[in-house]
Design a protein around this ligand. Structure first.
Ligand SMILES: [Mg+2]
Length: 324
């Protein structure tokens, strides 16, 4: 890439006003330096978004900028961590000033919202691909992992499920939407909101947590597998948005809520004796949390269907369910 292009990226990066105390040295040297406050652990996660694979090729640069940071923030949310810093690796097919400015707008708007400082970056020429490595902090020993769920825990999710999946179906021509419906659902797909505050709010109560990137069944499956427990989900309790109800029949809405990815909501478990405390937090902080099921000693994921029938998926079934 020509030298001028690097200057431009440099300029974009320098416009960020967030200066974190934890960043001892930011952009400009061979590497950045992070200061982890005593009593905290550093939480690190890396994601890559490839054009045509993780987002449709005609997605706006602004949305790509937002989403590339949002998916990383979502992983920190799932650990109950506070975001601190991010580094960015951009592969671009051509030098395009307008595209870069739009990308930076989407990226930094979200970065500023969660006070995340960009501490490093790399730009190369190649197929459009965005890599982010995010750094967060969490009080020592308090990160929410996937392996802590015990039998009898209540299973919860944030927000609504299936909206991003419905938008994808519409883009593929498999679902007809009205203009307003498309606008609402596309926003959920292109501008997912990471559940940072929710993740920190539930940290002391949750026994396990994951962010839903691959669909509820597949991602809850990771918790069940790593916690060595089973679960029953009450399908008619799944939170489905008003928009999804309008454009799909109930059965299709529930199916999408169970198997569609890209919503970046949190799925977590809380011991039954902590449920009252969670309910207090939910009301006090006005958190969008829904109770959808319970973990249990018998293995497998049991789906209690609205007609009273029971569908059971074994561990292999979790993955298969996504593609079915
Ligand atoms: Mg994740």
């Amino acid at each position: 890439m020509p030298a001028g292009e690097f200057d431009l990226i440099d300029q974009l990066v320098r416009t960020q006003f967030i200066q974190r105390d934890e960043v001892a040295l930011g952009i400009g040297d061979d590497a950045a330096l992070l200061d982890v406050p005593s009593g905290y652990e550093l939480v690190i996660s890396t994601d890559t978004l490839n054009s045509g694979v993780h987002f449709p090729e005609d997605t706006s640069a602004d949305a790509i900028g937002h989403k590339s940071l949002a998916v990383s923030l979502s992983d920190l949310a799932a650990m109950g961590a506070e975001p601190v810093a991010v580094s960015l690796s951009l592969s671009l097919p051509e030098a395009d000033e307008v595209w870069l400015k739009d990308f930076a707008r989407g990226f930094f708007l979200l970065a500023d919202q969660y006070k995340v400082q960009l501490i490093g970056g790399d730009t190369t020429r190649g197929p459009l691909s965005i890599g982010t490595t995010i750094y967060g902090k969490v009080p020592k020993g308090q990160a929410i992992r996937r392996n802590g769920a015990g039998p009898g825990d209540v299973i919860c999710v944030t927000g609504t499920l299936g909206d991003a999946g419905a938008a994808l179906l519409a883009l593929q021509g498999e679902l007809k939407l009205t203009g307003p419906q498309e606008k609402i659902l596309l926003k959920k797909l292109e501008y997912p909101q990471p559940r940072i505050f929710e993740g920190q709010a539930i940290r002391k109560l949750a026994t396990a947590c994951i962010d839903i990137s691959d669909g509820l069944v597949a991602d809850l499956g990771h918790i069940l597998k790593q916690s060595n427990t089973g679960a029953t989900i009450y399908v008619d309790q799944l939170p489905v948005s008003e928009t999804l109800r309008q454009c799909l029949d109930r059965a299709s809405g529930w199916h999408l809520a169970m198997q569609a990815g890209d919503d970046y909501e949190l799925c977590f478990t809380v011991p039954e004796d902590k449920q009252a405390e969670l309910e207090d937090i939910r009301i006090e902080m006005d958190l969008p949390i829904t109770y959808i099921g319970i973990t249990e000693p018998r293995k497998g994921l049991h789906l209690m269907m609205p007609d009273g029938s029971l569908e059971t998926l074994d561990i292999e079934g979790y993955e298969h369910f996504r593609s079915s």
